[in-house]
Design a binder for this molecule. Structure first.
Ligand code: GLN
Length: 467
């Protein structure tokens, strides 16, 4: 088994046959990171707790109590808390902060014997589409190191694509799992909102955020999803997603928005998308046009609701309770100095937008209208999903861009125009690499609430076109 190319099932077999131990796999993960991190800058720090995780995994395996992820090395985005470990959301404002508790998904994974290897780089507080807005610097794309890995979970995607780990946790508020997965040629799932607990995830947009897997294969993403999902008494909006909706598998009806050509998608991406759908037809699926008028409004809705929620969530970073603390002559001066030194430009911009759209006199014109438009969008998707099983779109308008290419924030925001809909509606969506030459391009399947199983089925059929 070549570590960098192995998937979770192959690693599991090697562990069960006694060919390797969890300690060996951890050593190999660290070796790859040591070799590649100078170029990719995907890993922010190794966890001190990883050796303990690996020992526990080896004990579980020896006693025959292993589960599918026992001994498997996993990277964790730097906005998911592990007790006693530093966590910064790639921000200076959390410098020196260690988490007093673990996220529920972390507890679940550790109980099952997963080995949490390292903190993965990201855009500061998960705001961005390139991992350029990080206090640790840009993460580069393993397929072309002049280009970005995408964002905000760019570190997680680059670690999986470079072979450092077969699995990583990311978070997705507007596309942050699927877009970097698409840029790096790996699989990324944004689960149904609430199907994984957000307890212990540093909040960005609370009505949009969800933790999810980045993996080399759809089957591996499915394993991580199954291991991490479920209700949580610490988080009252978890839903047992599989209790909802009926999801048929095999021979699905794939809906394609009839207004895709108005969205500005690169010619090569559209060609790969159409070819992928043709091959899906050959495999017994049906492709139909579906009316989704209004999907192009997702950006206008998202870039009001998300900054509004972000500005509220980030109010807690006051220089007293967490991380960085810059003293001032009085309390207000201390707040001001800590926040202006601690937050980067993009975060400051969103706080300004967010407080503006929520302020008295503007709230009705912006925030409340955006919430009403979001409800309309939900209805449009729910209606479309009565006639088709999944909706397919390219994940991103084009391939990974070069570092520094998106200087205008609005151009960067436009990167998300095909991924925001899943967050605004709360529906699950998966990105999987398409068959194409050159840099990776992803196709995205979106389904009704709780219908992840149909997404995994479509993703597996799409993958089989490549192998
Ligand atoms: N790129 C989007 C933003 O900057 C999405 C980020 C995310 O999903 N965390 O808001």
């Amino acid at each position: 088994m070549k570590y960098e190319e192995a998937d979770v099932q192959q690693m599991r077999r090697a562990l069960e046959d006694g060919d390797v131990t969890a300690k060996d796999l951890l050593r190999q993960a660290r070796d790859v990171i040591e070799r590649t991190n100078g170029t990719l800058n995907a890993c922010v720090a190794l966890y001190e707790s990883a050796d303990r995780d690996a020992d526990r995994a080896d004990d579980l395996l020896k006693s025959g109590n292993g589960s599918p992820l026992t001994g498997i090395p996993i990277a964790v985005k730097d906005n998911i808390c592990i007790e006693g470990q530093p966590v910064t959301a790639a921000s200076k404002i959390l410098e020196g902060f260690r988490s007093p508790y673990s996220a529920t998904v972390i507890e679940k994974l550790q109980q099952q014997g997963a080995v949490l290897v390292c903190r993965a780089n990201m855009d500061e507080f998960a705001m961005g589409s390139s991992t350029e807005h990080s206090v640790y610097g840009t993460t580069y794309n393993p397929h072309d190191t002049e280009r970005v890995a995408g964002g905000s979970s760019g570190g997680s995607a680059a670690l999986v694509a470079s072979g450092a780990v077969p699995l990583a946790l990311g978070s997705d508020t507007g596309g942050s799992i699927r877009q970097p997965a698409s840029f790096c040629g790996v699989v990324g799932l944004k689960p149904t909102y609430g199907s994984l607990s957000r307890h212990g995830l540093i909040a960005l947009g609370s009505s949009l955020d969800v933790i999810g897997p980045i993996a080399r294969t759809a089957a591996d993403a499915e394993l991580l999803f199954a291991a991490a999902r479920g209700e949580d008494t610490c988080y009252d909006s978890t839903v047992d997603s599989f209790a909802r909706g009926s999801c048929k598998e095999g021979g699905v009806v794939i809906g394609v928005p009839d207004n895709l050509d108005e969205i500005g998608i690169a010619k090569e991406t559209m060609a790969a998308f159409e070819e992928t759908l043709d091959r899906m037809k050959q495999r017994g699926h049906t492709v139909a046009k579906v009316s989704l008028a209004g999907i192009e409004k997702a950006g206008s809705i998202y870039y009001i609701i998300q900054p509004a929620e972000a500005s509220s969530n980030l109010a807690r970073f006051d220089g007293i309770r967490y991380g960085l603390s810059v003293p001032g002559d009085d309390l207000w001066e201390g707040y001001r100095k800590t926040r202006s030194e601690g937050f980067g430009d993009e975060v400051s911009r969103r706080i300004v937008i967010g407080t503006y759209v929520l302020s008295a006199g503007y709230r009705d014109a912006y925030y409340n209208r955006a919430v009403a438009a979001r409800n309309q969008l939900r209805n449009i998707f729910a209606d479309a999903l009565t006639s088709v099983d999944v909706i397919a779109m390219p994940t991103t308008p084009d391939v990974a861009f070069k570092e520094g290419a998106m200087q205008n924030p609005v151009t960067m925001y436009a990167e998300d125009r095909l991924t925001l809909q899943a967050n605004l509606t709360g529906m699950p969506a998966i990105s999987v690499p398409m068959h194409c030459s050159g840099l990776p391009r992803g196709i995205q399947y979106l389904a009704n609430y709780g219908c992840e199983s149909v997404l995994f089925a479509c993703a597996k059929d799409t993958e089989s076109q490549i192998s």
